[in-house]
Design a protein around this ligand. Structure first.
Ligand code: G6P
Length: 367
């Protein structure tokens, strides 16, 4: 076939391992002499100057990429952003007008809800930007501008390289928007680009830890529930991690913002409940750790996702997956790859069909 597994037992493994090269491809497509070049002869750059509201819509994994994107636009550009599931957006009363930038995210470009959402945005006069993987897909024909993730065919139902490449496009568009609006100094943009250039190697480093992550994954194959907790950007990455786990391992998993634990979810924690806690956002670590202690006191088995520089501090008390020390804003990349590997091994060790989970389709073309 045109796409084989290149020696990996499942497409999902192959696609996880392709991520460093997918990220490099985007960087070389969209960076020119250390400047972000989105194409369209500067037309899109100009459009990015004038809207005053952003609305991001997608489904599934693409929705999680959109959630991260929303945080970046808020952080770097100070623009109000709404993020909505495509299936709900179609009926919602979200404000849409010619001052709105509407962004649809989709690997396939064919998801019916996302397509209909863009049709609605267009009818209401919004500027429509699509972030897609498959060229020539239906959503690209409606969009005013399409930025491609060019990750190559993604065969496994559970999305991996599509997510990290969608994330990267969001980083580039948010940085470009901040630049054209004078919201970020030249030095800050240069340093952001520097950080993005470190991402492929950071992912490579995580891939190199697959045997260690595999050992941790083995411990949860009989679990019925697994919770993921974190704050700030970690929370959005964990939402994607929890989706991955439920999709391919059939273990019930949810991500919770650590601060919400005491408002309900902590009732679900008992002796032996597995929890993955992410603590990659430096300013939030003290708050997050106090939540981790609370659940530990109730018997949770905790695996921490932390930067390597802090691994030593935690490794006496916890199992720690040490992640490369990127700046906080860029930790999503190594963090999600660690989670992808973890979920992959849980599914494979359970003897499940990793690439074709029950009840799920790669592309959903019915409402
Ligand atoms: C399906 C797939 C998911 C995907 C979602 C959105 O549910 O199983 O992996 O995230 O559709 O697909 P899209 O092609 O629009 O990104």
């Amino acid at each position: 076939s045109a796409v084989d597994k290149m020696g990996f037992p499942y497409y999902m493994a192959k696609e996880i391992f392709e991520q460093p090269s997918c990220i490099r491809r985007i960087l070389s497509n969209y960076l020119l002499n250390n400047e972000i070049e989105l194409g369209f002869n500067g037309e899109l750059d100009k459009a990015l100057q004038s809207f005053n509201r952003i609305c991001i819509v997608a489904c599934g994994t693409a929705l999680h990429a959109g959630m991260m994107g929303a945080q970046l636009f808020k952080k770097w550009c100070g623009i109000p952003v709404e993020i909505e599931m495509a299936s709900e957006f179609i009926y919602s009363d979200t404000v849409l007008d010619s001052d709105t930038l509407f962004i649809a995210v989709s690997q396939s470009g064919e998801t019916i809800d996302t397509l209909e959402a863009m049709n609605k945005a267009k009818e209401n006069g919004a500027l429509c930007l699509a972030i897609l993987n498959v060229r020539g897909s239906s959503i690209s024909r409606v969009a005013d501008y399409t930025l491609y993730t060019d990750a190559g065919p993604e065969i496994a139902v559970a999305s991996t390289k599509a997510y990290t490449t969608q994330l990267l496009i969001f980083y580039l568009v948010a940085l470009k928007t901040a630049t054209v609006r004078g919201k970020m100094s030249e030095e800050d943009v240069a340093s952001a680009i520097d950080n993005l250039r470190k991402v492929p190697e950071a992912i490579q480093t995580v891939l190199g830890q697959k045997d260690f992550i595999h050992r941790l994954a083995k411990e949860v194959i009989t679990a019925s529930d697994l919770f993921m907790i974190g704050r700030g950007l970690d929370y959005y990455v964990l939402m994607e991690g929890a989706l991955k786990l439920k999709e391919i391992s059939y273990i019930h998993s949810e991500a919770y913002a650590s601060g919400e634990l005491k408002h309900g979810p902590i009732a679900l924690i008992s002796e032996g409940t597995p929890v993955i806690a992410a603590v990659t956002q430096t300013h939030l670590i003290p708050k997050s750790l106090s939540n981790v202690k609370e659940i530990r006191a109730r018997g949770a088995n905790v695996v921490l996702l932390a930067k390597n520089e802090l691994k030593g501090e935690f490794s006496e008390e916890y199992h720690v997956i040490g992640l490369p020390d990127l700046e906080d804003e860029y930790m999503a990349f190594p963090e999600i790859v660690a989670l992808q590997i973890y979920c992959y091994f849980v599914s494979a060790d359970k003897g499940l069909d990793v690439d074709k989970p029950r009840n799920l389709a790669k592309v959903v073309t019915v409402e």
